[in-house]
Ligand binder design. Structure first.
Ligand SMILES: Cc1cc2nc3c(=O)[nH]c(=O)nc-3n(C[C@H](O)[C@H](O)[C@H](O)COP(=O)(O)O)c2cc1C
Length: 324
C-alpha cells in the first residue's frame, strides 16, 4: 500500500488520479478508474448541458460506489459555457471532489465550501498554486511541461516544477505531466508528490471511450510524437503530432498568424471525430510526451494494479539495493 495525504484526503486506495479529459472522461472510464482504487474524474464540459452532466454523474454512480470527481475547466472563450450552472450541477448531484483547471478557482470556492467539496486545483506554475492555496483548495495538481493539453508558457518540466511546488505549498501536491508507469510514479513520490495525475496513459485503456485506432496509434508513438501549437498566441497546447497539428505549427511559423488563420483546423468538433470515428488525421487531439511510454492497452484495473505493485517493487527492490 502506498499511503499519502492525498489517498487520505480523497479516501482512495492508491495515489493515482485520472485527470479530466475532454471527450474522453465519460462514466465508463471514470468508474473503471475508481473501481481500480484510483480516483476517476468526469469532465464537466464533455457534457453538452449541466443537466446532462447531472445524468452522467448518476450513470457513474450506477457503476461505482467508490469516490470519483468532476473536472471543471474554465477557459477564456468567445461564447463561454454556463460555468456557474455546471458548478451547481456538480454540487447538486452530491459530488464531493472537484478538479478545477484553466483559471483561479476563486469564484467557485464559496459554493464548493458550502457543499463540503474538496477542490484539487490544476495549474502550471508555483505562483498560481500558491494563489489557489490561499483561496482554500485542498490540494494542488502541478502540471509540468510534458503534459497533454495546456502546459502554460513557463516550460518547466515536472522534474523541477514538482519539487518546487511541493516545497512551496502546505497542501499536498500531485505530480502531473509525463507520468505513466511505476518508474515515473516512484520518481514523483521522491520529488515530494503525494499522487500522480495521468491523462495520456488513461486514454490507452480498454474502458476509455475513444476509437481503437487512437489507442493503437498511441502504442506506436515515441517521445517525438507530440506538437506544441498556439505557442505564438501564448496559449500553448500539446497535441498528438499529425498532419493537422503539423499544418498549424507551419502556419504559426510564419510569425504573423492569428487564431483566425488556424481556427478551422483546430476546431474541437474535428478532434472529437478523431476520437469517435478513429480518423487520426481529421483534427487535433491532445496527448502528452508520456505517449512514448504507452506500450499496451490494458484495463484500468490491470494498469493501476501493475503501476502500484511495480512501484512497490522498485521502492523495496532496486532503490534498497542501491543503498550501500
Ligand atoms: C485527450 C485529453 C483531453 C484533456 N482535456 C482536459 C480538460 O478538458 N481539462 C483539463 O483540465 N485537462 C485536460 N487534459 C489534461 C489532463 O487532465 C492531464 O492534466 C494531463 O493529461 C497530464 O499529462 P499526461 O498526459 O502527461 O498524463 C486532457 C488530456 C488529454 C490527454
Amino acid at each position: 500500500m502506498l499511503k499519502t495525504r492525498i489517498t487520505d484526503l480523497f479516501g482512495i486506495e492508491h495515489p493515482v488520479i485520472q485527470g479530466g479529459m475532454q471527450w474522453v472522461g465519460y462514466a465508463e472510464l471514470v468508474s473503471a478508474v475508481s473501481n481500480a482504487g484510483a480516483l476517476g474524474i468526469l469532465t464537466a464540459l464533455t457534457q453538452p448541458t449541466p443537466e446532462d452532466l447531472a445524468k452522467e454523474i448518476a450513470r457513474t454512480r450506477e457503476m461505482t460506489d467508490k469516490p470519483f470527481g468532476v473536472n471543471l475547466t474554465v477557459l477564456p472563450t468567445i461564447n463561454p459555457p454556463p460555468y456557474e450552472e455546471y458548478a451547481q450541477a456538480i454540487v447538486g448531484s452530491g459530488v464531493k471532489i472537484v478538479e478545477t483547471a484553466g483559471r483561479s478557482p476563486e469564484p467557485f470556492m464559496e459554493l464548493f465550501k458550502e457543499y463540503d467539496v474538496k477542490v484539487i486545483h490544476k495549474c502550471t506554475s508555483v505562483r498560481h498554486a500558491l494563489k489557489a492555496q490561499s483561496v482554500g483548495v485542498s490540494a494542488i495538481t502541478i502540471d509540468g511541461f510534458e503534459c497533454a493539453g495546456h502546459p502554460g508558457e513557463d516550460d518547466i518540466p515536472s522534474l523541477v516544477l514538482l519539487p518546487q511546488a511541493a516545497e512551496a505549498l502546505d497542501v499536498p501536491v500531485a505530480g502531473c505531466g509525463g507520468f505513466s508507469d511505476a518508474k515515473s510514479m516512484v520518481a514523483a513520490l521522491a520529488l515530494g508528490g503525494e499522487a500522480i495525475v495521468m491523462g495520456t496513459r488513461f486514454m490507452a485503456t480498454k474502458e476509455a471511450g475513444i476509437h481503437q485506432n487512437v489507442k493503437d496509434k498511441m502504442t506506436e508513438a515515441d517521445e517525438l510524437s507530440t506538437n506544441l501549437m498556439f505557442r505564438t498566441m501564448h496559449n500553448t497546447a500539446r497535441v498528438f503530432k499529425n498532419s493537422v497539428s503539423d499544418e498549424v505549427v507551419e502556419i504559426e511559423s510564419t510569425g504573423s498568424a492569428t487564431f483566425e488563420d488556424v481556427k478551422d483546423l483546430v476546431a474541437g468538433q474535428r478532434g472529437r471525430v478523431v476520437f469517435e470515428e478513429g480518423d487520426l488525421e481529421h483534427g487535433i487531439w491532445s496527448a502528452g510526451i508520456s505517449v512514448a511510454r504507452v506500450k499496451d492497452v490494458p484495463t484500468c484495473k490491470e494498469m493501476v494494479s501493475r503501476l502500484v505493485s511495480d512501484a512497490e517493487d522498485i521502492i523495496d527492490g532496486r532503490l534498497q539495493s542501491i543503498k550501500a
